[in-house]
Ligand binder design. Sequence first.
Ligand code: FES
Ligand code: FES
Length: 211
Amino acid sequence: MFGSGCQGLFKCFQAERIRRMRVLRMRINGDQVEVAAPDHWTLLEVLRYRLGLTGSKQGCDKGDCGACTVLVDGRPELSCLSLAALSEGREITTIEGLAPANLRSGGQGPDPIQDAFDRCGALQCGFCQPGMMLSARALLNRDAEPDRDAIKAALSGNLCRCTGYTQIVEAVELAISDALDKPEAKPFWSDANCGSAPKPAYRAARDGAQD
Ligand code: FES
Ligand code: FES
C-alpha cells in the first residue's frame, strides 16, 4: 500500500513538473531561440542551465552583485531577478554575444569595451567582468561621451572584489576615447596607464603588428 502510494505521488510530481514546463521564445545574441524550462526559472537559470551560456555569472543570486547582468532590449538587467517568462520576445545580449554583435556591425574582433578592458588590465579573477562590460556597453550605447561620474553611476550596480575599480573606469574611458578617435577628449586618462599597455596577441594579429 505504501509502495503504490509513493508511485502515485511520484506520478503526481512528474505530471506537475511537466505541467509547469514552459517553452520560451526569445532572441539571444542574434539567434532566435526556443527553449523549454520550468516556468518559475529566472533568465539567468535558463541562460546558464538550459543554453550553456555560462558567461553570465551566478554570484549572490539576489540582486546585490551585478555579476549576472545581461542586456534586455539594450538595457542592463539583473538576470537573477528576471523571470525568464517575462523575457519572451525580447532581445537578450550576454557577454558571449558582444563580439559577434561587434562583427555584425562592421567592427573587427571583440567589442571595443572588451578590448579596452584587456588593454587596461581591468580584471583579476574576471568574475565580475561580463556584467561590468555589459553595463558599460549599455552606457556607451545611450551616451557616446559620458563623464567619469556617469561611468561610475552606470557601473555602480556591478561589484568587483579584486581590482579596486580604477582600471575599470579607465578602460571605459579608453573605449570612449578610441570611439571618438580623440585621445585628448579625456585628459584625465593617462598614457602611463592602459594606453601604453602592450597589445595582446589577438590585437597584434588583427592589426598585423608585433607586440
Ligand atoms: S547574481 Fe544577480 S545580482 Fe548577484
Ligand atoms: S576581477 Fe575579480 S571580482 Fe572583479
